[in-house]
Design a binder for this molecule. Structure first.
Ligand code: FAM
Length: 468
């Protein structure tokens, strides 16, 4: 049984079955997420079994040479439970769009905390169960994550031994991998656990990992940039990101804390084919534990065409401001965009491998900016909005990209900068905290008994022979 001691005030509406008196001033509280997952698994397993029985030999489409050469673009070859990306409508989490989630998922305010945005814990619950959690269920999950959030001493020592000059993403990936020392899945596997039970210790590792990620990220931030107090203290009555904000020195900054909640909730899962999600799923398919799988996913996230793009966008925007000045005219901004394109570079923050319209995650961040007067006044945020007006026309005229509209990265890092987090080498770490939500797929992979991934590859000679 998982439990944590919380101040009574934080538990106004806790479900009686899950709370019981402890000391005079407190009650104990337990998360029910694992029970909820255990309840949905048999039903989904039956659904998949029936699908297999009826359609195992049905075709999902043909494979063309262009798919093989074009980064497997569009190939229907992965099972992904949490979210589906529609090229026009964008991401849906178990059928719910981002605006639906903003309306339905429990927020910081619902938990009696400062802030209004949906909580990543709520998204985690939705991803794992397909259901919207109650406020009490989210409260219990927050408490469980707080209880498990402290880093083992050896991991702290490993992080402290990294040179400050080592990229924060390299540090992040290495520290996460080291957590596998205590993997519940590896221990259970070594003891000979049955295949049908793999999902259970996998779930335990995923929750442990998500719980500890803020402390890892905050310790790296402190060591490299000297911000936060270096202690990574956890307040059991705070939510996951409230605690993270505290650890990095933004605990009193309501705007930043709420922005991080929104950012981390909506960046978590973007179906399975993106580099970081696909990597963690691929590595996990060899039954590597969630820590190793996620460490590999983070290495993919660190690439400039993927997670590093928000760092690139900021560099681009600051360079643009330097070149044409703040509050430049649309004409000046267009000229700068053309000079970027004419020198053979991409406009970071625009285009997408799947999306063919404006990224709804960008729209959610824009909506956040619109509700915060301090951001509306900020010249960098204004530039992000100006680029969203001007760049699609330039990219359309340029005629190469299939999607000239902004993706989420065109705004995400700039808001962090405007709120004072100016260390843009760190931005992909923030993205990485979020992408841990994609680990929920490993639980489903194991509940479904998915096999090791092993697609077929060919040399150019072999392709030529096959296609002549
Ligand atoms: N600026 C200039 N050219 C672009 C472009 C952009 N923003 N986006 C695409 N193109 C070019 C692309 O380089 C390709 O040119 P070549 O034929 O010469 O190789 C052509 O347009 C067709 O590309 P596409 O089919 O539209 O896109 P891809 O699926 O090949 O690539 C991206 C998708 C995201 C890698 C690409 O749009 C890009 O490089 N964007 C800028 C970087 C960026 O914002 N990445 C973040 C993506 C984000 F969603 C994430 O993963 N975090």
């Amino acid at each position: 049984m998982l439990s944590v001691t919380l101040p009574r005030v934080a538990l106004r509406s806790a479900a009686p079955a899950r709370q019981w008196a402890s000391a005079a001033q407190s009650v104990r509280y337990a998360s029910t997420l694992k029970d909820a997952v255990a309840q949905v698994i048999p039903e989904k397993q039956e659904q998949l079994k029936a699908l297999k029985a009826k359609h195992n030999n049905s075709s999902l489409g043909e494979v063309k040479l262009e798919n093989l050469l074009g980064g497997m673009r569009g190939l229907k070859c992965m099972l992904w439970e949490g979210s589906v990306l529609d090229s026009e409508r964008g991401i849906a989490f178990h059928g719910r769009s981002i605006p639906d989630c903003e309306k339905e998922l429990p927020t910081a305010k619902d938990l009696g905390l400062k802030g209004k945005e949906m909580l990543p814990e709520s998204m985690l619950w939705l991803l794992l169960t397909g259901k919207v959690p109650s406020v009490d269920e989210v409260r219990g999950l927050s408490a469980e994550l707080a209880e498990k959030g402290k880093l083992p001493n050896y991991v702290e020592k490993i992080i402290d031994s990294f040179p400050k000059t080592l990229h924060p993403m390299t540090q992040f990936s290495a520290a996460v991998a080291a957590l596998n020392h205590d993997s519940a899945f590896s221990a259970a596997y070594n003891k000979g656990i049955k295949k049908s039970e793999y999902w259970s210790p996998t779930y335990d590792d995923v929750i442990t990992l998500i719980a500890k990620i803020p402390a890892i990220a905050a310790r790296i931030y402190y060591n490299v940039f000297g911000k936060g107090d270096g202690k990574q203290a956890i307040d059991p009555s705070n939510d996951l990101i409230g605690n993270y904000a505290n650890m990095i020195g933004y605990g009193d900054h309501e705007g930043m804390t709420d922005y991080l909640r929104l950012y981390i909730a909506i960046h978590g899962d973007h179906e399975g084919g993106n580099v970081s999600a696909h990597t963690l799923h691929l590595v996990g398919s060899a039954l590597s534990d969630p820590f190793l799988s996620y460490s590999a996913g983070l290495a993919g996230l660190a690439g400039p065409l993927h997670g590093l793009a928000n760092q690139e966008v900021l560099g681009f925007c600051l360079g643009l401001q330097k070149a044409v000045g703040e509050n430049a005219s649309d004409e000046k901004v267009k000229e700068h965009l053309w000079s970027t394109l004419n020198s053979g570079r991409v406009v970071p923050g625009y285009g997408h491998a799947v999306l063919r319209s404006t990224d709804p995650r960008f729209l959610a961040l824009s909506r956040f900016c619109d509700t915060r007067p301090e951001l509306q006044k900020d010249s960098l945020v204004q530039l992000v909005q100006q680029l969203a007006r001007v760049a699609p026309g330039v990219l359309t005229e340029h005629g190469k990209t299939k999607n000239p509209n902004p993706n989420v990265d065109s705004a995400s890092g700039c808001v962090l900068y405007s709120y004072g987090m100016t260390e843009f080498k760190y931005y992909t770490v923030v993205f990485g905290i979020s992408r841990a939500l994609a680990l929920t797929q490993l639980v489903w992979d194991r509940a479904y008994g998915m096999g090791i991934e092993r697609p077929k590859s060919f040399s150019v000679d072999a392709l030529q022979k096959m296609l002549k």
